[in-house]
Design a protein around this ligand. Structure first.
Ligand code: F6P
Ligand code: MN
Length: 338
């Protein structure tokens, strides 16, 4: 029999090295994982159990919700609220922070999550995921909304689960990035991708080209140079991918490098980008940096952005270090010349 390491074993062995670890974090992660296994099952059954399609409601972002956006949000909340490990939660789908019901004790962590990332893909049977971010909080007290507004650099853990051909969990606790594949027969996540590292250079980019006319000059310059390929200043050909599912793009980049951009958009200055700082950009930035990549708004390291509201959006440029630094350099050139 091969010596398989389960996620539970991996986490317990990691926590053993930490003198202050009490088991609360392990319990919390275990509950997140249970929720994600339940979500994986629902996503997998799809039309068989009637979960596809629109819920005909809008979320706080003004986006039409899918039935699965609501179902997966409920699964996360119900798996997490009772455990005594959380002071509170915040979800991309819910207006205000979610309080822990009075009958349960409050704990020392906050969880922020996007229960179903890439949900526009759900009805066409493409990859979606769940993204989560864990912060510490003051124990035993009701968190104030401001308690959630913390820089990404304060995260103690971030991860995402990918519901694709395999269900996979990608996780960091600030000590590298590891990938686990769900063994559906046994119901356990098994360590399959140890210490994931992003190549520093890459020749693949991901961007929604239909927004091209709204981009700023540095993004236009970078993409033009990629498209010019071996005839242009980069002197090599580039490839392009766009899955329209952040979890899938980040997973690809973790495995073979590349850069993902959802940049600042001149369409609506009140919405400086599409992706949400607390539920998407911060957890992905923590993972990407831990895998040796870089993550920026174009003008600031994402993990250094001080949040001002829980549903704030930010421009997001992440991936292979040298490519991201090049794009940041193009922003610096433009801002310096202004
Ligand atoms: O959650 C937002 C999201 O679905 C991301 O997963 C994805 O990267 C992006 O939006 C896709 O955006 P667009 O609809 O512009 O292709
Ligand atoms: Mn999302």
């Amino acid at each position: 029999m091969t010596n398989q390491v389960t996620l539970t074993q991996f986490i317990i062995e990691q926590q053993r090295g930490l003198p202050e670890a009490s088991g609360t974090f392990t319990l919390l992660l275990n509950n997140i994982v249970t929720a994600c296994k339940q979500i994986s099952h629902r996503v997998n059954c799809g039309a068989l159990i009637g979960v596809l399609g629109s819920a005909e409601s809008e979320n706080v972002q003004g986006e039409v919700q899918k039935k699965l956006d609501i179902i997966t949000n409920d699964i996360m909340v119900r798996a997490l609220d009772w455990s005594g490990s959380l002071g509170g939660m915040a979800s991309e789908e819910i207006n205000d922070p979610i309080q822990i019901p009075k009958q349960y004790p409050k704990g020392k962590y906050l969880v922020l999550f996007d229960p179903l990332d890439g949900s526009s893909n759900i009805d066409i049977n493409l990859t979606v995921g769940t993204i989560f971010s864990i912060l510490r909080c003051r124990e035993g007290v009701e968190p104030e909304p401001e308690d959630f507004l913390r820089k990404g650099s304060e995260q103690v853990c971030a991860g995402f689960v990918l519901y694709g051909p395999s269900t996979m969990l990608v996780l960091t606790t600030g000590n590298g990035v590891n990938g686990f594949t769900l063994d559906q027969d046994v119901g356990e996540f098994i360590l399959t991708h140890c210490n994931m590292k992003i190549p520093e250079d890459a020749s693949e980019f991901a961007i929604n080209m239909s927004n091209q006319r709204f981009w700023e000059a540095p993004i236009k310059r970078y993409v033009d140079e990629c498209v010019a390929g071996s005839d242009g200043p980069r002197e090599r050909d580039f490839n392009m991918r766009w899955v329209a599912s952040l979890v899938a793009e980040v997973y690809r980049i973790l495995n073979r490098g590349g850069v993902f951009m959802y940049p600042f958009d001149l369409r609506n200055p009140a919405k400086p980008g599409k992706l949400r700082l607390l539920y998407e950009a911060n957890p992905m930035a923590f993972i990407i940096e831990q895998a040796g990549g870089a993550c920026s708004t174009g003008r600031e390291r994402v993990l250094d952005v001080k949040p001002t509201s829980i549903h704030q959006r930010v421009p997001l440029i992440l991936g292979s270090k040298n490519e991201v630094e090049r794009i940041v350099g193009y922003h610096r050139d433009m801002d310096g010349a202004a």
